[in-house]
Design a protein around this ligand. Structure first.
Ligand code: ATP
Ligand code: MG
Length: 288
């Protein structure tokens, strides 16, 4: 599967309407996609085992999307084959008073995956250039005047994100970012389902409808944020998500390929250690 066409090019004028929200007949049948997904889930588990043993790299997966695009489901699905001991998931909500008393990367930094682990962010620092921009939530962040008066505070933040993610890469933490892309119609359908299906009622919130009113604005700020921060150190992928099965297969493909590129290996044993292992084996064998 060619993942490159879903990758966002760096600093190229971009409109999200150029990217499909549906699967565009990439697979003949849904079963074909699900077969590949299953294969990838197995492969991810093998690579995760090596990642953990190698203990040098960490992989950070960032999920961003409009409401009801399926972040939670995608995360659950991707995780399903992984060893829980080697994974860490964080959901970022509106910042608390304590968090607002720090720079915005403070809570992000605290939540980074340890070496050998896969970290998953359900929302992330990207909210700082998305929801904060659309709703102008800068005031509570208590920033100094020279920041607030900057000619383009969002451009400043893009640079900060690029630098931060490059810094992470240069310390062994690889970042891959997914934007789950749905159409406005599909979002409506999913909201309706949440309202009509009692088992899904809890997922619906009136604030989701308020956010929907800002749909066009969000599409615009997302497009700018994605192209400004899709670097070779931390690329963005636009995942067509109207069909959940397609999005999940594509995500699994991207994660598998990233881990393969990282190429974690089991630690090499020294001659001495190997000799010792032989001795331990003999000891166990002669145990009475
Ligand atoms: P669900 O799909 O279950 O609704 P969610 O990710 O939308 O999950 P919510 O608790 O509904 O979770 O919403 C979290 C809210 O917090 C989102 O509206 C998001 O935009 C907001 N948020 C996250 N980070 C920030 C931030 N730095 N500043 C302001 N708002 C933020
Ligand atoms: Mg929500």
């Amino acid at each position: 599967m060619d993942i490159s066409k879903y990758r966002v090019p760096f600093k190229k004028n971009l409109s999200l309407s150029d990217y499909p929200t549906d699967s565009n007949g990439k697979f003949k049948t849904r079963e074909d996609a699900e077969k590949l997904l299953e294969k990838n889930i197995k492969r991810m588990a093998e690579l995760q085992d090596k990642l953990y043993a190698h203990d040098k790299f960490a992989l950070l997966l960032i999920f961003q999307a409009m409401d009801a695009a399926g972040k939670d489901g995608a995360i659950k699905n991707v995780m399903s084959g992984l060893n829980p001991q080697g994974t860490q998931v964080y959901s970022f909500k509106q910042p608390s008073a304590e968090e607002l008393d720090h720079d915005f990367l403070w809570r992000i930094n605290k939540s980074l995956p340890e070496r050998g682990r896969i970290g998953i962010f359900n929302r992330s620092h990207y909210e700082e250039i998305l929801v904060v921009r659309v709703h102008n939530y800068l005031q509570p962040e208590k920033l100094p005047d020279y920041v607030m008066n900057s000619k383009n505070i969002w451009k400043d933040r893009y640079r900060q994100f690029r630098d931060y993610e490059r810094y992470l890469y240069e310390n062994g933490v690889w970042t891959v970012k997914f934007f789950l892309h749905i159409s406005k119609d599909e979002q409506k359908k999913r909201f309706m389902k949440r309202i009509e299906d009692p088992a899904k009622n809890w997922k619906f919130s009136s604030s989701d409808l308020k956010e929907r009113e800002h749909w066009d604005e969000y599409q615009k700020v997302y497009a700018e944020a994605l192209t400004e921060t899709s670097t070779k150190f931390a690329p963005w992928y636009v995942i067509p998500s109207d069909k959940k099965w397609f999005g999940r297969t594509l995500i699994s493909e991207i994660i598998t390929k990233t881990l393969e590129k990282m190429d974690p290996v089991y630690p090499q044993m020294s001659e001495d250690k190997l000799k010792n292992l032989q001795l331990y084996k003999e000891q166990l064998e002669t145990e009475s």
